[in-house]
Design a protein around this ligand. Structure first.
Ligand code: HEC
Length: 405
């Protein structure tokens, strides 16, 4: 009953999260694009104009003029703000983090083959990380070091690398990736809440009071907006990585995680300024992409190739079935005995011979190559058992007896 309720809450929170994130990221992309597409005013306009542009969309023409200030008398009756997209994304994200990672016994949070940390302690680390991530980031970017963005940027990057390493030593690979993303996402939402919106509110209040507007407020808000903008794709990649165990199911997963972050930021840069804009950034993106793929392939290739099992004795199906019954069927059965699951996860059932045979490629990928199944190695699968499964698959994954080659 609880498992079913959690599944529906999960669906609700996930839809809210994805929809709000689309709106937030869409705004971020649109406004960055607007700023970079502004042209000098084509005719005389009032006030301090940063630029203008024309667009055609939705069956009409839109004229946009960006003004740095408004005179008190010019304040429109209705001014549109963009903040609830960010807040909703964050709130639904935290809710989802709770449903998926904290409840249900922390199945996705910890992995016994990674660390012996208990679930309550892991939840503590998770919450502390989200808070500390913002405090450290904000302290760094309000410190005198922020006046040298290249240095502050390098320090931030070094912290991300250290965290990627540390998190993959504490959480399951999946949770480590997700947590780096959740921390960056928290920084982004806090940027909106604590820095960008207050700066805009301050500018507006000064305008209303007819006082001169301090431009540094706008500039600082813009800097945080730019950070947010370049974090969008790294955060998205970490969120999607959940579906790709090859990215986090190997010993150098921390390096894959760093590669994904670099890749995301550089892809965004190229989207903004084109391939020919800055060859170092294009190079960094290409290297990180090739690096991430190479790391995953190198880690997985030995166990994935049939030649690795050449000398192994023939494996009888009965042996395979016994291993699966011991290690997998608590979750992957029509009615799982593990109380966390009302249904077999992803509809995957391994409780009948034919199902095992047809899922052999996925069994190889999850239980042998990436070792991301059994989930958190809850059922204590041994390396010998993984090898037996690998050998059976290399020998053709047959139900009948296999003859030695
Ligand atoms: C404690 C519960 C649990 C156990 C035990 C478990 N799994 Fe899973 N399995 C899951 C969950 C949850 C998912 C969905 C999330 C995911 O894909 O990581 C899943 C998904 C899968 C998938 C589908 C996703 C894909 O990548 O194709 C396969 C195949 C799979 N498991 C194989 C196995 C095998 C083989 C074993 C035994 C060696 C096993 N599982 C043991 C919980 C479990």
């Amino acid at each position: 009953m609880l498992a079913l309720a959690l599944e529906w809450l999960n669906l609700l929170a996930r839809c809210t999260h994805v929809i709000a994130a689309i709106m937030w990221i869409g705004d971020s992309f649109l406004f960055m694009w607007l700023d970079s597409s502004l042209a000098p005013p084509s005719r005389k306009r009032e006030g301090d104009v940063a630029g203008e542009l024309w667009m055609v969309h939705s069956g009409g023409f839109y004229e946009v003029v960006k003004r740095r200030y408004l005179a008190p008398a010019e304040l429109p009756p209705r001014l549109h703000w963009f903040k609830w997209e960010a807040y909703t994304t964050w709130i639904s994200g935290i809710f989802l983090l709770g449903i998926v990672y904290y409840f249900g016994g922390g199945l996705f949070l910890v992995d016994r083959s990674v660390s012996a940390i208990g679930v309550p302690a892991a939840i503590g680390v998770s919450l502390a990380l989200l808070l500390a991530g913002w405090l450290v980031y904000d302290a760094l970017w309000t410190s005198p070091l922020a006046r040298r963005p290249a240095v502050a940027g390098l320090v931030s990057f070094a912290l991300i690398v250290a965290l990627a390493y540390g998190l993959t030593r504490v959480f399951s690979g999946r949770a480590a990736f997700l947590h780096l993303g959740a921390m960056l996402g928290t920084i982004m939402a806090a940027n909106v809440w604590r820095r960008i919106i207050p700066a805009q509110a301050h500018m507006l209040a000064a305008t209303r009071a007819g006082k001169p507007v301090d431009v540094t407020y706008g500039e600082r808000a813009k800097m945080r907006s730019i950070h947010n903008h370049y974090l969008t794709l790294p955060v998205l990649f970490t969120m999607l990585s959940n579906h790709f165990p090859g990215t986090w199911g190997h010993p150098l997963a921390w390096a894959s995680l760093v590669s994904l972050v670099v890749l995301g930021a550089s892809v965004k840069y190229v989207m903004n300024f084109g391939v020919r804009s800055n060859r170092w950034i294009v190079l960094a993106g290409a290297v990180s992409f090739v690096g991430a793929v190479t790391l995953a392939v190198r880690a997985g290739a030995p166990a994935a190739s049939a030649s690795a099992y050449r000398g192994d004795p023939p494996v009888a199906f009965a042996e395979v079935q016994a291993i699966i019954a011991r290690r997998c069927v608590t979750c992957h059965a029509a009615k799982p005995s593990n109380p966390a699951f009302a249904e077999p996860p992803q509809g995957v059932r391994l409780d009948e011979p034919q199902r095992i045979v047809s899922l052999a490629p996925r069994i190889l990928a999850r239980a042998v190559v990436t070792e991301t199944m059994p989930l958190g190695n809850l059922t204590g699968m041994t390396p010998e058992e993984r090898r037996t499964l690998g050998a059976w698959i290399a020998q053709g994954a047959k139900i009948g007896s296999t003859s030695p080659r």
